[in-house]
Design a protein around this ligand. Structure first.
Ligand SMILES: [Mn+2]
Length: 401
């Protein structure tokens, strides 16, 4: 049986709303032609409470898909939700769709509508011409609960079936900074294939001697270096035990690294423009180009002298340009910070709010450009609890999606 693995569509994602929809549609359309069944390891939606128009988008997408002539059927479903179709499209909710236990999530709604089968906390069998494939699914849970969830559910492969374990979590081997993350060898043994979502770039590894695959997202979200690769989905051939990656047309993302050393504003501007031009090339699809400047400019030249907005505007319509400015000669003296705080408390502003102001200002002046707003990050860091735990939580939010 040929099984397509496509993930992290993030329907409703604000910044690239139509990309998210179109690229998911393309991936699913192509997958339905290449494969007998499709499995989706989470984050179909970008949020747990999508607006009606985002839900409508998803319903249209999956209704068209579910009406195709499928060669396999989904049978023997035993999961947290009931199955209302035998169409071989199996999914689990991801972290973006996670809600409290017992509360409906949007993936479950698609299941209730009979457009796919939500196999959370359970399994379904895919059948085609007598061949049987078991897919066991665990929807995204908070990282520290995942190992307990596995122990409680105790997923097992099924004799006479090609067995797949599908989940939506970080893993220590991929993001080695939190002890909450599962180690790959802690995944349940005996399955023939391991499939994960959550990570937005493509991953191909081995677990318990078997393939471990993450297809990555179908849409740009985090604008990290690893997202420069092409988007797409896997097709796994259960009989041959082999797989292939199928690229989809998607908006390109290019990181351009520029060395500022010793240049004045004009010289640096020229280098940036050249870098952007070569990144765009003859792409007519309006790529996202992120310019990362390292080092500092000529002595006496301030980063404010660089007209980043001008460069961004000049390329509008050809590229979406982001410029991370060098943080030259802009660091505020410690004494000034303390003085500002004192001034703040005199002006009846809470020290926390004043701190937030300074925090945001400093991040803006620096090279901060991660996919979470400074104020959200501040809230996270000022959470109650141990310093170590707080920082881990913030890192987890920043680097896994
Ligand atoms: Mn995701």
């Amino acid at each position: 049986m040929k099984i397509a693995i496509a993930s992290d569509f993030h329907l409703g994602y604000e910044r690239f709303r139509s990309d998210a929809f179109r690229q998911a549609e393309t991936a699913l359309e192509m997958a339905s032609k290449e494969a007998d069944a499709i499995i989706i390891p989470g984050d179909i939606f970008d949020m747990r409470n999508p607006k009606p128009d985002v839900l409508a988008e998803a319903i249209n997408l999956f209704r068209n898909l579910s009406k195709k002539e499928w060669r396999a059927t989904a049978i023997d479903v035993s999961a947290a939700s009931k199955a209302y179709t035998d169409v071989p499209i199996l999914a689990i909710p991801g972290t973006h769709e996670r809600r409290a236990k017992g509360a409906e999530n949007p993936v479950n709604l698609l299941g209730l509508a009979g457009l796919l089968v939500d196999i959370s906390d359970g399994a379904a069998t895919l059948e085609k011409d007598g061949e049987k494939v078991l897919v066991y699914g665990i929807g995204g849970v908070s990282e520290e609960r995942f190992l307990d969830t596995i122990k409680t559910l105790d997923p097992k492969p099924l004799a006479g079936h090609f067995s797949i374990f599908m989940f939506h979590q970080s893993a220590y081997e991929l993001l080695p900074f939190s002890d909450d993350f599962i180690h790959l060898e802690q995944l349940p043994e005996g399955f023939d294939l391991y499939v994960n979502g959550h990570i937005h770039n493509r991953v191909e590894k081995k677990v318990h001697g078997k393939h471990f695959l993450i297809p990555g997202s179908t849409v740009l979200t985090q604008l990290k270096d690893a997202e420069q690769e092409e988007k797409g989905f896997f097709v796994f051939d259960t009989k041959a035990g082999t797989y292939s990656f199928h690229k989809i047309p998607s908006r390109r993302f290019v990181v351009v690294k520029i060395e500022a050393d010793g240049k004045d504003a004009d010289g640096l501007t020229n280098d940036i423009k050249k870098g952007i031009e070569s990144a765009v090339g003859n792409d007519t699809g309006i790529p996202v180009v992120r310019v990362e400047i390292s080092g500092s400019m000529k002595k006496g030249v301030r980063s404010i002298d660089l007209d980043a907005q001008g460069i961004i505007k000049e390329h509008a319509g050809r590229a979406i340009v982001e410029i991370a400015k060098p943080g030259v000669e802009e660091s505020i003296e410690n004494d000034t910070d303390v003085a500002s705080l004192r001034k703040g408390s005199l002006e009846n502003m809470s020290v926390k709010d004043y701190g937030l102001g300074i925090f945001i200002e400093k991040l803006k002046n620096g090279k901060y450009d991660l996919g979470i707003s400074p104020s959200e990050l501040f809230e996270m860091l000022s959470d109650e609890g141990t310093k170590e735990k707080t920082v881990k939580k913030a890192l987890e939010e920043l680097f896994s999606n």
